[in-house]
Design a protein around this ligand. Structure first.
Ligand SMILES: Nc1ncnc2c1ncn2[C@@H]1O[C@H](COP(=O)(O)OP(=O)(O)OP(=O)(O)O)[C@@H](O)[C@H]1O
Ligand SMILES: [Mg+2]
Length: 342
């Protein structure tokens, strides 16, 4: 059973308004894990009028460990050898519909890009292609999902800097294309936020779990009683992925909720076992749902973020569990270990 995209009216309105204006900033779409960022960007593409072309690049599709892997995801395999010239590449895009997965490229140009190992050449080609698409009367949008996976990749220096330079070129300098960078890695967002070359060139857009009212409405639409909907909310808050999953478990809802929590408690327990500094940090959530973020990613914080237990929002200046389930799991795990020193 396929769940139809639900709500996000406010976010969609804002994004549609944004793409209506001239491209000027890189937009970082961020939020806790499984909050519905990818689903939202897909829905945005669907809702846009035909004058838009969205290039959607998902860096999670295959592991990106090298320059060649990166080139592989940029220039989609389906389009390979389908075009012989730049003009043909543009025509292919114009006939492909609103969503294009990867950039079409003539083989000789691709071979040159692979041989010379210079990301700049790839970006120069993409900029030309986008410019031509724009000249043909379309409004290009670039969406890069899970960009943090190339965070550490180095090709004559960190690739991420070359990419950011390229995005600044596409937006602020040339106003050629909107650029959306989607990520659930809050350590990456924190780095980006502090990055000198992005000051005044990037904006941030939080996609959070649904609020209570929206989550309950979603479940009621799926045939849940108010009690059932509230039970799901108690365990998972408004995290879309769990709302969708709960539909499958409607007949044994309580057991399912309990088992999901048990798994999370075990994960937190395994993580803090023998690591007092982690337990000490988590203790702050015993009576609070979020704590202030002072700009410092300490080692325990880094570890808990990497393990997807905590989420850092540098814009709101808070640290909080990735979701309601994590909050409950933290509290339960600490109860099992009442002797943790503070
Ligand atoms: N508005 C929505 N309506 C219905 N289902 C949704 C909605 N948003 C998200 N979902 C569902 O919730 C699940 C998680 O969403 P999605 O993958 O978009 O989250 P994400 O924030 O991109 O996750 P990640 O942090 O892993 O990148 C998906 O199965 C998706 O279909
Ligand atoms: Mg995603």
């Amino acid at each position: 059973m396929k769940v139809i995209f639900f709500n996000r009216q406010h976010e969609l309105d804002k994004l549609i308004r944004l793409v209506f204006t001239e491209p000027n900033m890189i937009t970082f779409i961020y939020g806790p894990i499984n909050s519905g960022k990818t689903a939202l960007m897909m829905e945005l593409t669907r809702r846009l009028s035909d004058e838009y072309v969205a290039f959607y690049i998902n860096l999670r599709r295959t592991p990106v460990m090298s320059y060649d892997d990166f080139i592989d995801v940029l220039f989609s395999v389906e389009f390979r050898s389908k075009v012989k010239t730049l003009k043909e590449a543009v025509s292919l895009i114009l006939s492909a519909g609103k969503e294009v997965l990867g950039f079409p490229i003539p083989t000789p140009i691709l071979e040159g890009i692979i041989r010379e190992k210079k990301p700049k050449n790839a970006f120069a080609y993409i900029a030309t292609l986008i410019e031509e698409v724009k000249k043909a009367g379309k409004k290009p949008i670039l969406i890069l999902d899970e960009l943090q996976v190339i965070g550490d990749l180095k090709i004559n220096g960190p690739l991420i800097y070359e990419l950011f330079n390229f995005f600044v070129h596409l937006t602020k300098e040339r106003h050629l294309s909107h650029v959306f960078v989607v990520t659930s890695d809050s350590l990456f967002i924190d780095k980006v936020y502090n990055e000198a070359m992005l000051q005044g060139r990037a904006e941030y857009f939080l996609v959070d779990d649904f609020d209570r009212e929206t989550a309950v409405e979603f479940l009621k639409n799926q045939g849940f009683s108010i009690n059932e909907a509230e039970l799901v909310w108690e365990y998972f808050g408004g995290k879309p992925v769990y709302l969708v999953e709960s539909i499958k478990h409607k007949d044994e809802l309580k057991e399912w909720c309990e088992s999901q929590l048990r798994l999370r408690v075990q994960a937190v327990n395994a993580l803090i076992h023998g690591r007092k500094s982690l337990a000490r940090l988590l203790k702050e959530f015993q009576d609070k749902e979020e704590i202030p973020f002072n700009g410092v990613i300490s080692r325990p914080l880094r570890r808990l973020v990497k393990a997807n237990i905590l989420f850092v929002d540098p814009l709101k200046g808070v640290v909080r569990p990735q979701g309601k389930l994590e909050l409950l799991a933290i509290r339960k795990a600490l109860k099992l270990k009442p002797n943790v020193e503070t």
